[in-house]
Design a protein around this ligand. Structure first.
Ligand code: PLP
Length: 411
């Protein structure tokens, strides 16, 4: 049991024959169906259940958006089109993916620094909301709107004057490449009056991967206050306030799941005052990993069980070229093990052994699990890296060493 203890609560069920069940299929059956390993598999029912959980705990007036960079697989995005209220994209490529869904363009927004003229043109022509990151971008969008004869819909991305505490990745506060510094925003709103644009509102995203409800609530409270303050300089009433997201998921031993119900309760207390101050505003929370992270596994196969000076290595066909985050090289300071299990022997039959799961690359960085308690795995067994539904394949250097990319399936 110790190999799975720290993943609690394990999102996936276990079959009667002790296998991980993904989309109702055992790991063995799924791998046979896909035809090869390694692969990423995302469980449709788990994604649906996650949205239902969020709908239950968040105030009903909150609009829920999916930030697709967490997992842009087209089938996943299509599935979510029927479940969330909007999509947030950060490139022309992501824009194409969401425009292929039935979601209304008015419910989509485009953030990110250094948007190209071509991307801005696509966004204006699509009629989506552009989260403008700088004064230069504001002027570029205006010129594109004039050239196309379309009035662009613009929200200002604000770099807030506070941080999201205890966050895995800080995206706002202090000096940042994202957004317009809050103290500059009144002047920018003033300039906006002279431009042929439709001002929609504000986008304030302070951070990512946060497991502390109090920290998220505190940031939301400050975000609402900041938006209310800035709205006094706006040319027209605020119709959209994107509060960001930052809801984290547990990856490592000792991580406690975010108390999302507590976040929802606190937001329900804060929202009425904000709705009084910004009566026409739609309030949006944008989430990526919280929606898809726990619903995905990376599945690879043990090619060789190797003993080196007493240490067990499970040499697999999968590695960091497919799953950089699990190797500890995507934003981690100290390497920690992702939740990894032997997918066809979930509950170890005997006392777990310490084993390292490594990949096929000629680099010592290619480690998926380092001296981790695992059931005794044999050649041909399946290894599953859990919590892999977000920032997996598309956050990995697939070209490194020239192995084929993994398949992705939604089951
Ligand atoms: C990356 C990003 C998100 C999603 O972050 P998660 O940690 O996956 O929830 C949301 N909004 C913006 C602007 C982002 O850049």
């Amino acid at each position: 049991m110790s190999s799975i203890r720290h993943t609690a609560p394990l999102a996936f069920s276990i079959s009667a024959d002790n296998q991980l069940l993904i989309g109702g299929l055992t790991a063995t059956r799924l791998a046979a169906r896909i035809g090869r390993t390694p692969c990423y598999a995302y469980d449709r029912a788990l994604i649906t259940a996650r949205i239902a959980e969020l709908r239950t705990v968040l105030p009903p007036d909150i609009h829920l958006h999916y930030a697709i960079k967490a997992n842009p697989m087209p089938a996943v995005v299509q599935h979510l089109a029927g479940l969330v209220d909007g999509f947030d994209v950060a490139s022309g490529g992501e824009l194409k993916t969401v425009l292929d869904t039935p979601m209304a363009p008015a419910q989509m927004s485009f953030a990110g620094p250094a948007k190209s003229a071509n991307e801005l043109q696509q966004a204006v022509a699509a009629g989506i909301v552009i989260n403008v990151e700088s004064e230069r971008e504001l002027r570029a969008v205006t010129a594109i709107g004039t050239a196309l004869g379309i009035q662009p819909q613009v929200a200002l991305r604000v770099n807030p004057d506070f941080e999201l505490k205890a966050s895995g990745m800080k995206m706002g506060g202090g000096a940042k490449q994202f957004g317009i510094d809050a103290e500059r925003v009144p002047a920018v709103l003033h300039e906006l009056r002279t431009l042929d644009l439709q001002f929609i509102g504000f986008h304030i995203f302070s951070g990512s991967q946060n497991l502390r409800a109090e920290a998220i609530s505190e940031a939301q409270e400050k975000t609402l206050a900041l938006a209310t303050r800035l709205s006094q300089h706006a040319p027209t009433p605020v119709r959209l306030l994107n509060l960001g997201g930052g809801f984290g998921i547990p990856y490592f031993p000792g991580d406690q799941p975010l108390d999302v119900a507590q976040v929802g309760e606190r937001l329900a207390e804060l929202l009425p005052a904000a709705q009084r101050d910004l009566p026409l505003a739609e309030f949006v929370i944008e989430l990526g990993r919280f929606i898809v992270g726990a619903a995905g596994v990376y599945l690879c196969r043990v090619v060789e069980r190797k003993l080196s000076r007493g240490q067990v290595f499970l040499v697999t066909d999968g590695g960091l070229h497919h799953h950089l985050a699990a190797s500890g090289n995507f934003g981690q300071v100290l390497r920690k093990n992702y939740p990894v299990i032997v997918a066809n022997r979930v509950h170890p039959e005997t006392e777990p052994e310490l084993a390292s799961v490594v990949g096929p690359l000629c680099t010592p960085l290619d480690v998926l699990a380092d001296k981790m308690p695992l059931g005794h795995a044999q050649e041909g067994d399946f290894i599953a890296v859990l919590q892999s539904g977000a920032y997996g394949l598309t956050a990995s250097p697939t070209a490194f060493l020239g192995h084929p990319p993994p398949l992705e399936v939604l089951v």
